[in-house]
Structure formats: C-alpha cells, structure tokens
Ligand binder design. Structure first.
Ligand SMILES: Cc1cc2nc3c(=O)[nH]c(=O)nc-3n(C[C@H](O)[C@H](O)[C@H](O)COP(=O)(O)OP(=O)(O)OC[C@H]3O[C@@H](n4cnc5c(N)ncnc54)[C@H](O)[C@@H]3O)c2cc1C
Length: 388
C-alpha cells in the first residue's frame, strides 16, 4: 500500500482539533494496514464482510462513536464524520457496517429505547459483541417506506410480527433486528432477537455493488416479542426517518473518502503512465479532469464540515443532511467514473480501486434516500410544495 495522506487542498486540517485529527489518523492507519490488504479477497466473494475486524472496529470506538455513555466513544460530529470518511476510503461496505451498527441500530435504542433496552443492548453493540440490523425497506416499499406491509398485532403483553424486509445490511450476521412495522396506532419499532421462532434471514447474492458487505432479506412469520421489546417513544414514520438522518450524515462524509481514494490513486497513476512520449498527467485533458475532481472534493469537504458544525450546535435540520448526502455522493460517483476512465483498461480490474468505489457508490446513491428523493426533499424546503 502506498502512503496515503488524504486530500486537503484548502487546509481543512488547520481547522481541526488535536482529538479530531487523532481520530481521523488512527482510522486512516487502520484502514491502510488492516483493511485494504484484505479488500480484494472479500470483493471477489459474493457478499461477505471481514468479520474478524469487528473487535478492532469496536476497540477503535467506531460503533455509535458520536454517542455518550454505554461504552461509546463520545466523539463530536466533526471527528465522527472524519472517521466515516476514512472508513469509506477503504470501502463503502466498511463504512456501511459502522453506519448501520451505530446510526441505525444504536441510535434508535439510544433515542427511543427504555432504560432496560439501553442497558441490555448499547454496551454490547458498542463492544461489537452483538451485531444489529435495521429493517425498514420491503420488497415493494423503498423510497416510500410509509407504505410498508409488515404488521405488528398486539396480543396481551406481546406483539406478533409478520412481513418481509429486503435489502437489509448485515441481516444474516445480526443478533438483533430493529424492525419497523405497522400497528393499529401507526408505525412502531421493535427489537427482535434474531433467534426468535419464525425469524429467518437469507443473503441476497449476485450484487455488483457493495460486494464486501452482507445484504439480506428478513422473513418474519408470527414472530412474537414482548411489549418490553417495543421502542417506547418511537411513534410514526418520523422515528425511522430520524435514524436515517443520522446514518446519512455519516454517508455525506463517507462519500468524500471514496472520492479521495479514487483521486489519490489516479493522480499517482497518471504521473507514471506514459502515453505518446510523456506522462498522462501532463496532458491538458487529464489536468482538466483532475482539477474538477479536486475542486469537487474540496467543495464537498467544506459542505460536510459546515453541516458537522451545525449538528454539534444542535441546529441540524434534516434538509441540511439531504443536501450534503445528495451532493457528496453525486460528486464522489463522478470522481470515481473519471478516475476509472483515466486508468484505461487497468481501471476495470480490482487491482485498482476506482471501479470498486464506483460500483459501491451506485448503492450509496440509492440507499438512505435516493438522489432523487433528496432532490424532492430540498425542492419542498425551497418551495413549500411537496412533489413526493
Ligand atoms: C446494498 C444495499 C443495502 C441496503 N441496506 C438497507 C438496510 O440496512 N435497511 C433498510 O431498511 N434498507 C436498506 N437498503 C434499501 C434502500 O434504502 C432502498 O433501496 C432505497 O430506499 C430505495 O428504495 P427502492 O430500492 O425500493 O427504490 P424505489 O423507491 O423503487 O426507487 C426507484 C427509483 O424511483 C425514484 N423515485 C422514487 N420515488 C420517486 C418520486 N416520488 N418521484 C420521482 N422519482 C422517484 C428513485 O429515486 C429511484 O430512482 C439497502 C439497499 C441496498 C442496495
């Protein structure tokens, strides 16, 4: 692995505290030393994640890193964003693992859970001793999750759940599924231990994207959970959507990491690659592409950094995150495509990173609110009229 120093044209580094820099550099080193040497092997499998790294990810405080207490690292949102950036520099699958565990499983328990639920699950999830997944999407309801069919029916002190959830990250390796289901009173969230009778998870194979990540389908057939497993203060669709805002915030930073990886790789490559008697990097068309990549990465960094400041000030609105997720994933995909192009034929093999990131970013563009859905969220914020 060549040394990697990140991409920092406008010296954002100077704005960071020592703790923020340390968090970033520690994860950067972990990704270079521990993760990247394994990624090719995992990408060549069909939906597998290096689970042996989970204890180290936990040791680094990367699960629920921006939460306080319960064994969480208590990072501010700049440090949290930077570690997501570094994880996704490795692979979107690595960042997805941390996003789901922290933003989609720990966050709802932290925010909507009872004291007993927090005590039972949060320390074990932070320590990576338990793995969780988030079941919102269904085969027929993705962007419009509010149409979900999965039902929870109350029977005395218990609930009985029936339905199917699809595209669920880590479904088959999870101990706990946070399942969102329709009840008589609207949508509610349930903590479903995956060893309960009637619960089954199966992996989805044949993905071109996020190959180093486990994606599953969950089947719930008369799965009974006690009332104590319902998230007591999660009411309506706004509860799962608030979890998605947390995870999307990490994506807005993570996408920058993927873009930086592609940019770093292609700058090195074009310097060494000789075409028509000179380095590819010396050609005007190449420099146009590199200048655009660097400018877009820099703009994305400034956007993410400002959203982090607003989040730390407690003034975050979900539309801020929509703008950052929408823009940063979009530019990362453009950077990855341009990098793949400059790598020529070499760009289509997994000895190079660009095409892997490019394929991953197709998922990142779709999940956690598609690019178009975030367009419409921003459109509503601008005009006051919902086109969704
Ligand atoms: C690898 C992977 C991992 C995932 N992990 C999880 C997970 O852990 N948990 C979970 O719950 N879900 C997960 N998802 C699901 C993801 O959140 C959904 O795929 C996403 O919400 C989009 O839903 P959909 O795929 O049904 O697409 P659709 O909603 O069918 O969208 C298809 C197209 O229609 C467009 N569209 C939708 N609505 C409108 C509109 N009103 N106007 C114009 N265009 C519109 C979309 O932008 C998109 O281009 C994952 C998905 C993937 C691929």
């Amino acid at each position: 692995m060549p040394d990697y120093d990140g991409v920092d044209f406008l010296r954002l580094d100077a704005l960071l505290s020592d703790e923020e820099r340390l968090a970033r550099d520690t994860v950067r080193e972990f990704v270079t030393r521990e993760f990247l040497p394994q990624i090719q092997e995992y990408v060549r499998q069909d939906g597998a994640f290096p689970m042996d790294l989970v204890p180290q990810l936990a040791e680094l405080g990367l699960f629920g890193a921006n939460h306080q207490g319960y064994g969480c690292a208590g990072m501010n949102n700049v440090a949290y964003g930077l570690v997501m950036q570094e994880l996704e520099r490795g692979d979107s699958g690595l960042r997805s693992f941390a996003s789901v565990q922290g933003g989609l499983v720990m966050y709802p328990i932290y925010t909507y859970g009872s004291d007993a639920q927090k005590e039972q699950w949060l320390p074990a999830l932070a320590a990576g001793e338990k793995i969780g997944c988030f079941g919102l999407t269904e085969p027929d309801f993705g962007s419009h999750a509010g149409g979900m069919i999965t039902k929870a029916v109350r029977h005395g002190d218990s609930w009985v759940l029936n339905g199917t959830k699809r595209w669920i990250t880590n479904g088959t390796v999870s101990d706990l599924a946070v399942v969102w289901a329709r009840t008589e009173d609207g949508i509610r969230g349930f903590l479903v231990e995956t060893d309960r009778n009637g619960f089954e998870a199966r992996d989805i194979k044949g993905k071109f994207s996020l190959r180093a990540s486990i994606t599953s389908e969950l089947y719930l057939q008369d799965v009974e959970v006690p009332e104590a497993n319902r998230l007591p203060t999660a009411e309506g669709l706004k509860a799962p959507l608030s979890c998605l805002t947390q995870a999307r915030y990490g994506i807005a930073w993570g996408a920058i990491g993927a873009a930086q990886a592609c940019y770093d790789e292609v700058v090195r490559y074009t310097r060494d690659r000789v075409v028509q008697g000179g380095p590819l990097a010396g050609k005007q068309l190449t420099q146009d592409k590199l200048a655009t990549m660097l400018t877009e990465i820099t703009k994305a960094q400034l956007l993410a950094y400002r959203v982090a400041q607003i989040k730390d000030a407690g003034e975050l609105h979900h539309t801020h995150v929509s703008m950052a997720k929408r823009n940063n994933v979009d530019i990362a995909l453009q950077v990855a495509r341009a990098a793949r192009d400059l790598l020529g034929a070499n760009g289509i093999v997994d000895d190079y990173q660009a095409m892997r990131h490019m394929m991953n970013l197709e998922t990142v563009r779709t999940y956690e609110g598609t690019h178009d859905v975030h367009t419409l969220i921003l459109g509503k914020e601008i005009t006051g009229l919902s086109a969704l």
